[in-house]
Design a protein around this ligand. Sequence first.
Ligand SMILES: [Ca+2]
Ligand SMILES: [Ca+2]
Ligand SMILES: [Ca+2]
Length: 312
Amino acid sequence: MYTDTDTDTDTDVDTESDTEAQPEVNEGALDSTGISDNSSDADPESLSVADDYAGDIDIEIETESEEETTEEITEETTEVATETSVEQTATDTTEEITEEVEEETIKKAEEATEEAITNATFETVLTQEKAIIDENSAATRVASVALDNPSGIDYTVQITGAGSNSFIYDKDSNELRYNGSADYESQSRYELVLVFTKDNNNEVINMPINIDVNDIDEAPSLTTTLAAANFTESSAVGTTIMTASAPDPEGGTITYSLSGTDAAKFTIDADGTVKIASLLDYETKDNYSITVNASDGTHSLSTAIAVSLTSV
Ligand SMILES: [Ca+2]
Ligand SMILES: [Ca+2]
Ligand SMILES: [Ca+2]
């Protein structure tokens, strides 16, 4: 029927269209690649695919890569090991050098410190041996200085304070000595300072020292002064012949007295004034001898005096 025909026609058309849609195969090209054996006629067991070839190639490549990699790794490992060894050796050496440098540095620092301490050391210790000295006593040591001066720093020594010239410092024996000139009545106490001055830095070390002077009862000093070179035999009783003076250092009371051959002819007052006690006679005696005595109670002094007469 017409309708069916139309259907068949359509089918034909479709069939033709399908046939026309298939790409034509160039058998010659297949032969040249060897793939033609993989035609439907070949034994399936002998068939090979592109993947098979690819597999063989990959295996060979992988094998070579592994060997190379192993060698490289070995080389790298060796290099790293060598480097590590070198680095360790370098590290060890560096540590040893560092330790040696540190030890040397510490040693030098310690030596420098010791040297600095030695150079800086200048110590003085004053030991006073006499705090009191008798006036008029002989020269004596009053103090000593223990000097710690290991590096032999030069220095000067001065003694300051009132009366310091009564003392000397002996640098050889490191002694402070009194020279024997103390007089209690002039100065009863010394307040001195022993001054050490270092030459290297002008550093000054002051060592105060006080010394008291002990008062000794000293004898008075007696002097007599004639009122005239000569006296007339007619000089009245009570005429002053001379004056005696006996000051005592301690201000003690002086007792005067007369002695000697002609002492009875004269008197001496409490103040030391010598007077005629009885009339003198030139014809009997033209020269009278007396001795003036003065005492502070402990010390007695005497002076012989000649009194000359002239005739009238
Ligand atoms: Ca005195
Ligand atoms: Ca005295
Ligand atoms: Ca006295």
